[in-house]
Design a protein around this ligand. Structure first.
Ligand SMILES: Cc1ncc(COP(=O)(O)O)c(C=O)c1O
Length: 391
């Protein structure tokens, strides 16, 4: 018998983001706008807490759900920020949001169930749903409506098999945010159809400008939503802790126990050192987060203005650290634009099509990189676009 691999692994494509990292890594003098991770190092109080946990010999497993002190801090933070009332037994500490979203899908979706996923979206969602055997139904979003999904677009795609809606705002790759009024409409719809909602809010602390003034629309905090929402968040982005691999899921019963069981067998517990670090992140790092947020905001204005002056219409991102210029006026697809840009100008960015069909014609540019590098990248993009237009 031949050695074959499982259909579920065969069926998913490799990530379209990784490919551009690899090209960038093999060339000199490339400016990368491709990477979706902070260029800052983790704040010192987190590092100090981790070092101290090692010095105290805290090197064993924690409880499956995670350190109680950390879960209590997450509960307090969510109450203060969003008025949510979770207990520590509603919080599961996970290996990043990556684990948490896979857990939620494995615990709540059966093969054949349909999950609605607005796109363009982060590359892991579709494969995670496929691993759970669910059928992905995309809900397209567009620049004309600020890449915000509408209740109407969701409603049109609900069938008797629909079991879950995935939401992810602020959005990777577009930087779109969800307005509180849109969330209220979506909340009424999902309550009427009795759907689960999985909400990835990993960028909730990185919001800017008008979106910041309006406040982050926390999905679980909307009317009737806490019992049906699995709230996902983590430390990777706001605290510059991508390599620590720490996130969490908050859910009510019966979702919590189902996710807990999957987590117990899949990973036992999240990394212990990282959990001690996360306690310091929640107690001692607000100023660090705010300083990073302000730096991203300055870069955001620089890149959006620069891309617009280069003649690429660019939607104003309200959150995360990405912008999503429209490159259709060049007549190129996003794949060929990104390939030619890296080859001719040594600027790496990810083709929008890597995030779903509605991303074609766009480019994801991460501004989690130094201000001076963004200035130079924008200058190179400008000459690239000018050359294309005159040829
Ligand atoms: C929207 C979104 N969700 C989840 C993740 C993965 O997060 P984590 O590092 O917590 O696994 C990313 C990383 O890029 C992301 O952009």
């Amino acid at each position: 018998m031949a050695l074959t691999i499982a259909a579920r692994a065969e069926a998913v494509p490799p990530s379209g983001i990784r490919r551009f990292f690899d090209i960038a890594a093999s060339m000199d003098d490339v400016i990368s706008l491709g990477i979706g991770e902070p260029d800052f190092v983790t704040p010192e109080p987190v590092m100090e807490a981790a070092r101290e946990s090692l010095a105290r010999g805290k090197t064993g497993y924690t409880s499956n759900a995670g350190l109680l002190e950390l879960r209590e801090l997450i509960v307090d933070m969510l109450r203060l920020r969003y008025g949510l009332s979770y207990a520590p037994d509603n919080v599961l500490v996970t290996v990043g949001v990556s684990e948490a979203l896979q857990l939620a899908m494995l615990a709540l979706l059966d093969p054949g169930d349909e999950i609605l996923i607005p796109e363009p979206c982060f590359v892991s969602y579709g494969p995670a749903a496929s691993f759970a055997g669910a059928k992905v139904v995309h809900v397209p979003t567009a620049a004309a409506t600020n890449f915000e999904v509408t209740a109407e677009d969701i409603a049109q795609r609900i069938t008797p098999r629909t079991k879950m809606l995935f939401l992810s705002y602020p959005s990777n790759p577009t930087g779109a945010v969800l307005r509180p009024e849109t969330l209220d409409e979506i909340a009424s719809l999902v309550c009427a159809h009795d759907l689960w909602v999985l909400s990835d809010e990993i960028y909730d602390r990185l919001i800017y400008g008008e979106a910041r003034a309006a406040g982050h629309a926390c999905v679980a905090a909307a009317e009737g939503m806490q019992e049906r929402t699995v709230l996902l968040n983590g430390f990777s982005k706001a605290y510059a802790m991508t390599g620590w691999r720490l996130g969490y899921a908050c859910a009510m019963e019966p979702a919590y126990t189902a996710m807990y069981k999957v987590h117990q067998y899949m990973v036992m517990s999240a990394p212990t050192i990282a959990q001690y670090g996360a306690i310091a992140a929640l107690t001692d790092c607000d100023e660090h987060v705010e300083a990073m947020r302000q730096a991203y905001d300055r870069r955001r204005r620089l890149i959006v203005d620069g891309l617009r002056s280069a003649g690429l219409p660019t939607f104003e991102p309200g959150g995360a650290f990405y912008c999503f210029p429209d490159i259709r006026s060049t007549g190129m697809s996003s794949e060929s634009f990104a390939q030619a840009l890296i080859r001719e100008e040594k600027v790496a960015a990810v083709p929008g099509s890597a995030f779903g069909p509605s991303g074609d014609g766009f480019l994801r540019c991460s501004y989690a990189t130094a201000y001076g590098k963004i200035q130079e990248a924008v200058r190179r993009i400008d000459s690239f676009v000018t050359r294309r237009r005159s040829s």
